[in-house]
Design a protein around this ligand. Structure first.
Ligand SMILES: Cc1cc2nc3c(=O)[nH]c(=O)nc-3n(C[C@H](O)[C@H](O)[C@H](O)COP(=O)(O)OP(=O)(O)OC[C@H]3O[C@@H](n4cnc5c(N)ncnc54)[C@H](O)[C@@H]3O)c2cc1C
Length: 363
């Protein structure tokens, strides 16, 4: 594109990935972030960079899209699943199932490392500046519509005496149609209850979290020092307006099944940068971008929506069966990977689900 300055709305991971790639291609880049810093709206909680979408290791993927892998990360090879009766189901993975990273303002956070990489190559930031979509070429402003939450998490971060652990509880009374988790790395813990909800059902959230804390305490009996509460939400959907470039969650590019949206956000930022680099004008760039998203991201998202639809029929009994089944697998990653791949029957189901959930899925 002839235009030399590209403005990006939002300073999340999608935008930072886009900015780094545009800058490396020689563009001037300005990020407008409504908060005072990158990662400000995160909570120094542990999140996982998932490693199952395809065979490419996610750290290799980051290198391929020009993100430096110099940030602290912790590969997770094993976890323990729990059913509603707190039976344990250990699961193992031959390659890392995900890499745990910190999100937020802390010096070791993924957000801060990405920001630093961007700054070092000359990306400009304007903090405390909220922008409308039409004020930027690239829109990476995160989740779109508060009325259309599909996933909500309430959690706490704290320091603890517990050794490193990853526990995942499947119980519809505590984490309806989702999961609760406890992650400890180097005595720093994140515990959260995730559930599917609309905004009007949010009140029950605090109760879900308190119950989740109780259940994990029964299993692992740990100390909680310096607890800090947090909440977060996600939504996804298909954007009607394809004349502009929306990346990450702003573009509905989120994992509709389990909410592991970072990889799609980072990829979409990269694809947006590529489309700008390859095109002579903005409209052509937007066209190329959405064509690539259709090819590289939408198939996984469609499958994740079908997975979610099926998962929402699961009861505590079904979870018990599922946990029993996956704990017998020698490689849980392969199993999860298979669920994320498009399949004939999932392709058939998708249009029906889309029609039924139009209100939530089409923005
Ligand atoms: C509790 C929780 C746990 C999660 N765990 C995981 C996990 O383990 N693994 C995983 O892969 N994903 C996880 N996710 C999802 C993941 O965090 C998101 O998919 C990802 O961060 C989306 O990146 P993004 O850049 O699109 O948006 P965001 O990270 O939301 O960034 C958007 C940015 O835009 C800014 N902004 C918003 N509006 C404006 C405006 N008008 N003008 C300027 N700036 C604006 C915001 O302040 C923000 O900094 C989790 C989400 C939550 C809430």
């Amino acid at each position: 594109m002839e235009q030399q300055l590209i403005k990006i709305g939002g300073g999340g991971v999608a935008s930072l990935s886009c900015a780094i790639n545009l800058r490396l291609a020689g563009f001037d880049v300005l990020i407008y972030e409504k908060n005072q810093d990158a990662g400000w709206h995160r909570h120094n909680d542990w999140q996982g960079l998932e490693n199952w979408t395809n065979d490419e290791d996610v750290l290799e993927f980051l290198r391929r899209i020009n993100i430096k892998v110099n940030f602290p990360n912790h590969p997770c090879f094993e976890a323990i699943g729990l059913d509603a009766d707190l039976n344990r189901y250990p699961v193992k993975s031959q390659k890392p199932l995900f890499y745990l990273i910190k999100r937020g303002l802390g010096l070791n956070s993924f957000d801060q490392y990405l920001k630093k990489q961007a700054e070092e190559i000359g990306v400009q930031f304007e903090f405390n500046k909220s922008v409308k979509p039409e004020e930027a070429e690239i829109i990476g402003t995160g989740r779109r519509n508060a009325e259309k939450f599909f996933g909500m998490a309430l959690g706490i971060t704290f320091e603890t005496d517990l050794p490193n652990t990853v526990l995942c509880l499947l119980d519809n009374n505590i984490a309806p149609q989702a999961y609760a988790y406890l992650i400890v790395v180097n005595n720093q813990a994140t515990l959260a209850a995730c559930f599917i909800t609309l905004k009007k059902h949010l009140k029950a959230g605090r109760q879900h979290l308190e119950e989740a804390i109780k259940q994990f305490q029964k299993v692992a009996g740990f100390s909680i020092q310096n607890p800090r509460y947090f909440s977060g939400s996600a939504n996804l959907g298909f954007i009607k307006d394809k004349s502009r470039i929306y990346i990450g969650e702003a573009g509905g590019l989120q994992d509709g099944f389990l909410g592991f949206g970072m990889r799609y956000a980072l990829l979409s930022g990269y694809l947006a940068a590529q489309s700008i680099v390859k095109s002579s004008n903005y409209q052509a760039a937007a066209k190329i971008y959405w064509q690539t998203v259709e090819k590289e991201i939408y198939p996984i998202i469609r499958t994740s929506i079908v997975n979610r639809f099926i998962y929402e029929f699961f009861t505590n009994k079904t979870y018990k069966w599922l946990l029993g089944k996956i704990s017998k697998k020698t490689d849980i990653r392969k199993f999860v990977q298979k669920q994320y791949q498009p399949a004939f029957y999932k392709n058939l189901l998708f249009p029906i689900i889309k029609l039924k959930s139009r209100k939530y899925l089409i923005h």
